[in-house]
Write a new protein. Structure first.
Length: 389
């Protein structure tokens, strides 16, 4: 696990005592997770490639600054955004730009796409909706900065604000339908974790290791589960926040906390089916009875979906600030802090291929384009379509 001096973090808290809590959360999160590593990334060694990775196309949307952006795909269109306010639509096959608009203000979260909507959020708490041709449709104000991509389903846009409130907005005009709010710990990590919508339910993880299921229609809480329990003698030691997206797969929903546990939770009851000690900041994925998770220290795990038992562990990517794993057929892809995308064998975790996009960190979430290709966005604004054979 990435080593980080507790004394340094306490000093950060002390020195920031007169600043706003948002600035403090940002400072601690930056020190713990980037964009600069507290310890140098593990050196990469030569691998015996069993697959071939190739960049299909490359585009540029603009830098992310200190925000996390994720591209969205709808049909043959790719949508991406930058902190400067640019929103672009690209052709998924060629990477050619179809249109580019500027929101006229800084963006901090996006992109969400669906139901003829392209959705982004701003640091001032505005949710902006465009149609698929880049035409502005509506704006809606929420309680604080929007750090994650808004999601749309069933005529409702679900937006998570930086103060942990979740809003359900009418997809037609942006008017508020419901809001979920909860108390949060005094100290928690600034996170771009948003929400997942599945089967008419909304899933979201919170500070203190809590995961909730609320009804999409009206925001009513169905259950709350404790994925991890804060422990330790200081506020920093007690951080056990869910800072990544939950993953829904069949009858279970999976969540993982930083300085905490990973757990499989029964979707019907909210009961913990299994849990084990694994810490992650960027999260996981699941496919075909396996859960893949990037440990906070740089290891990648493959776990059995119903018990959490380890199938394999790839431990040679220490301190490389890995993205969430992305399954691609017989391989699993992870991006890192130096712009590399690593492809691991799905069965044993061995390195199968590696390719570099540019000298800029890969965002926490990559996007699957086809069964053999993915899209990675970098912090400097590059969009790379990568195929693997």
């Amino acid at each position: 696990m990435r080593s980080l001096s507790l004394l340094a973090l306490i000093a950060a808290v002390t020195l920031s005592a007169c600043t706003q809590m948002t600035d403090l959360k940002t400072d601690i999160s930056e020190r713990m997770f980037g964009p600069e590593a507290s310890d140098p990334p593990a050196e990469l060694t030569d691998i015996k490639s069993t697959a071939s990775a190739k960049i299909l196309w490359h585009a540029n949307v603009g830098a992310s600054e200190n925000h996390d952006f994720v591209p969205a795909m709808e049909g043959s269109a790719i949508y991406a955004a930058s902190a400067s306010g640019d929103i672009v639509r690209l052709d998924a096959a060629s990477g050619d730009q179809v249109w580019r608009v500027n929101a006229g203000e800084k963006l901090s979260g996006g992109v969400g796409a669906g139901a003829n909507l392209v959705l982004v959020g701003t640091s001032k708490g505005m949710v902006l909706a465009y149609d698929q041709n880049g035409k502005p449709l509506w704006k809606s104000k929420v309680s604080s900065e929007v750090l994650s991509a808004p999601k749309v389903s069933g005529g409702i846009v679900v937006v998570r604000a930086g103060d942990s409130r979740i809003f359900g907005l009418n997809a037609a005009d942006g008017k508020r339908k419901w809001v979920y709010e909860r108390a949060t710990p005094t100290l928690s990590l600034r996170s771009s974790a948003g929400v997942v919508i599945d089967g008419g339910m909304v899933y979201a993880g919170f500070a203190g290791g809590k995961l909730i299921e609320v009804r999409l229609e009206d925001g009513k809480v169905i259950w709350e589960a404790s994925v991890a329990q804060p422990k330790g003698s200081t506020e920093i030691e007690r951080i056990a926040d869910i800072t990544s997206l939950p993953v829904v797969d069949g009858s279970l929903v999976y969540a993982v906390a930083y300085q905490g546990k990973i757990a499989g939770i029964d979707r019907a009851t909210g009961h913990i089916a299994w849990s084990r000690d694994i810490s992650s900041y960027t999260g996981m994925s699941s496919e075909d009875a396996r859960v893949f998770v990037s440990h906070a220290g740089g290891a990648v795990y493959a776990l059995e979906y119903s018990s959490g038992k380890t199938f394999w562990r790839q431990g040679e990517l220490g301190n490389r600030h890995l993205s969430a794993p992305l399954p691609l057929g017989s391989l699993v892809a992870v991006g890192d802090v130096e712009g590399y995308v690593h492809f691991l064998n799905r069965e044993d975790g061995a390195f199968a291929a590696r390719i570099r996009t540019e000298e800029s960190p890969i965002m926490p979430q990559m996007l699957q384009l086809k069964s053999d290709s993915l899209l990675a966005q970098t912090r400097s604004g590059g969009l790379y379509a990568v195929t693997i054979k």
